[in-house]
Design a protein around this ligand. Structure first.
Ligand code: ATR
Length: 283
């Protein structure tokens, strides 16, 4: 006899291209198990084109998905698709969360995720920061830093025109990419938002000699988890924030919204993710 339990499971997922490498299913399914939630979070590959994205989102909505996280290359598409968006998503020009309902709502928890990962450290973010890179990720990081009250933010990017555009949009100063080591002396926080240091990419070359002992160093790259930048910073005694911390924090709002249960970023969750990275040979 079938049990009288016909309540459909709650469904959510992560949409990207490629998406097989995403750790988000491990995060959400760990929380779901812990909270005894009847639900699943699945990876959903969707080809890069906006039309493919829109068709896929319509289909997920029809299938009853509560919402999805959205990753590269669809973060701008998510904002375009949604009929409503948060201020954070609008300011960032990108969304990593899409909640389905009568109206689709786009939000950006990358910003709060980074702010919480940094804000959780004993060494406060301080007053001045240097952001390396000027792409979509840098935009979100700058908004997070401003949210944390960091007053003076400089940006250095290989392509200067892009750092100038970002500086103009957010009231930042521009530091020279070639002289990035010299821009370290006064800062409280250094953040890498470039892809340098990622597996298969060249390392980020920067001489940390001038960095104050109290400065915090953050890297959004999480493969490998300990990038050459973080390794050098730790060797010099700096407090560091890695890509996994940000990834765990950005997942919290989606889980709470879609599965309606509590989600904690703690050592146990980190251990699950480290185990998975180890299994893949990435950490
Ligand atoms: P994201 O959305 O992740 O920020 P992006 O918009 O493609 O991705 O930005 C990638 C960032 O990494 C850019 O700041 C890029 O610098 P350019 O604007 O000069 O392209 C930076 N980046 C990538 N490869 C780099 C390299 N080899 N040297 C220096 N910077 C690099």
């Amino acid at each position: 006899m079938a049990e009288d339990n016909h309540k459909a499971p709650t469904l959510a997922g992560v949409v990207g291209w490629p998406v097989a490498h995403s750790l988000s299913p491990f995060i959400h399914n760990t929380w779901a198990k812990r909270a005894g939630v009847n639900g699943y979070y699945v990876p959903i590959p969707v080809a890069p084109d906006y039309n493919d994205f829109a068709v896929a989102m319509d289909a997920l909505k029809t299938l009853g998905f509560a919402g999805v996280n959205v990753t590269i290359p669809h973060k701008e598409h998510a904002l375009r698709y949604a009929s409503q968006a948060s201020d954070a998503a609008r300011k960032a020009g990108a969304a990593n969360m899409l909640t389905f309902g009568e109206k689709s709502f786009a939000d950006n928890s990358d910003i709060t995720g980074f702010a919480e990962a940094v804000g959780a450290r004993s060494s406060a973010p301080g007053k001045t920061a240097l952001v390396l890179g000027a792409g979509g990720a840098a935009r979100g990081i700058v908004l997070a830093l401003q949210h944390l009250g960091v007053k003076e933010i400089a940006v250095a990017n290989r392509t200067r025109a892009k750092s100038e555009a970002l500086a103009k949009a957010f009231g930042l100063t521009v530091a020279d990419w070639e002289d990035r080591g010299k821009a370290l002396e006064k800062i409280d926080l250094l953040v890498n938002t470039t892809s340098l240091g990622m597996t298969g990419q060249p390392p980020l070359e920067i001489d940390l000699a001038g960095l104050k002992a109290s400065a915090l160093v953050a890297d959004i790259v999480y493969a490998p988890l300990e990038t050459p930048l973080l390794k050098a910073a730790k060797a010099k005694g700096h407090d560091t924030v890695d890509g996994l911390a940000m990834l765990m924090h950005q997942a919290v709002p989606g889980f709470k919204t879609w599965f309606g249960a509590d989600a904690a970023v703690d050592a146990d969750l980190r251990a699950v993710l480290l185990e998975e990275l180890k299994r893949r040979g990435g950490a």
